[in-house]
Design a protein around this ligand. Sequence first.
Ligand code: DCP
Ligand code: MG
Ligand code: MG
Length: 576
Amino acid sequence: MSASPARNDRRIILHLDYDCFYASVFEVEQPALKSLPLAVQQKQIVVTCNYEARRRGLNKLQLIKDAKRICPDVVIVLGEDLTKFRDASKDLYLLIRSFIWGGRVERLGFDELSLDVTEMIDYNVGLLNPNTMTTSFFHLDQKDPTVGFAYDATKFVGSTYPPTEEVFARPPDIASLEMKLLIASHLNGYLRGIMEHEKGFTATGGASTSKLLAKLVGSVRKPNNQTTLLPPYETSQEAASNVIPFMDAHEIQKIPGIGSRLAHKLRSLVTGPDTGDQKVTVRDVRLFPGMGPVLLEKTLGGPGAPKGIGMRVWNTLHGVDNTEVLEARDLPTQISIEDSYGRGRLDNMESVRRELTILAKSLIRRMRTDLLDKTESNPGQARWLAHPRTLRLSTRPRNAPETDGVRTYNANRISRSAPLPTFLFHMDENIDALADRLVREHVLSMFRKLHPEKSGWDLSLMNIAVTNLVESAGDQKQSSGRDIGKMFRQQETVLKDWTVQEPVERAVIMQPNVSEIPEVPVPEVPGWTLTAPPDEADVWEEGDEESLGDVECALCGAAMPHFAQLAHQMYHAVED
Ligand code: DCP
Ligand code: MG
Ligand code: MG
């Protein structure tokens, strides 16, 4: 057995995951929904439901027809248009980010944030007075000592793992990791309070020393709660690490960064092939004979696997994650809109044209949202911050049934790229007219090159994207400065009780690059590409929110997002 990886617990990381996020967006719009069981529908799936619905037996990623059977008075709202979720997500992100020094906030998917608060915590530890611990003051601003909140530095906020008595017999040593985490739990509680008070959203929080541990410990108690992972993190002569038993108890697939594909390989290794989807924990893998980075590399490595995957997973099994909190990029690298289609829905040119026009409208709307400089007061004169150069059309044809009638799932997309016509940047034309022209003059001819047959193709997915973004020259800093000034002026009126100094030094804030499909190689010369989607299992993010539907159930033909596939298979298994 190989040696455990070394720990480095200098950072303090908070994790926030909004409670039943899509459902909460509707509840904030219509508070009367809060007391009702509420489910959000995409295709035939409940993508999420509020906690009232969960109390009544509903689950995330359940079929709508099951939800109606289990809870006949469930209120169902359609959540296929992601605009309002994206807007709420951005709004909450900007609010939280305004408190975090250096803007050290990463968005993971739509409803999670990772915050590196090391500097804020170190600063506040330095100001603790051992004689007045119960009446401490958390400083949110280094320049203005009046900005912050009062707190009791002898108690954690929320729960801890493992659970502790609320009041310590002896408060932790000021220089200890435990003290830092205790203070961090107060910041976590404060930020969650601000979110709820100002925006009406509750979140579940975690506090630890890495993105991995903060996220995992955050989900120990849901909803509207928070958990801190207590030291010791290292095993010493006095005490055993809390990290190892905490990690050990998790099912292998629940670990961020170990998606379904890796989990499947690890399960097969541990239980032998053909034992189905038996539950395997981190402990089972960690203690498997001969386990170590080498065996993991042998098991998980190979063509297409990221370099050093064995070591990365070995670290992960021990709760070691040294990845940085990545701040949002100013501009997306591509914008991509797609939808999936049931069998037979896209088998003639007219339906293809109609659906492409719908996609093109969303695409142009998104380009205007994400790429225009909105600080210009006259919208007609708004400046493009970046110009995409390439237009890409991708489709995913269904496989024809095999001789035994079984239709295998085709994961491959085919795509074609062409220069993006510049008329898309005209602001004086309306979106409908632009979308119509884009499809008739450009996209349809790309489609015909992808599918030369006159009809008869049966497509399960179409995607239109603009890629190859070139940032415009110009003083972007200045314009974003105005943006941020406005944001803080608004915030001042909202956050009456806590005045926040305007952080002039903050960087550009724009839609981060989280709502796109993962980039697939785009050929420089327009032509054929055959691309398999990247293994979303291996990325940290929960995935691709733009993708509303991806796979088709071989048993019942229901179309569903790829992430719903597992739950859906379980549904059939239970039904039988
Ligand atoms: N989502 C989705 N498909 C998934 C996972 C999530 O469409 N497989 C969407 C719907 C969720 C949102 O993203 O509202 C956030 O995902 P979470 O897994 O955090 O789920 P919720 O926030 O809805 O619930 P919870 O309270 O369990 O966090
Ligand atoms: Mg959530
Ligand atoms: Mg989440």
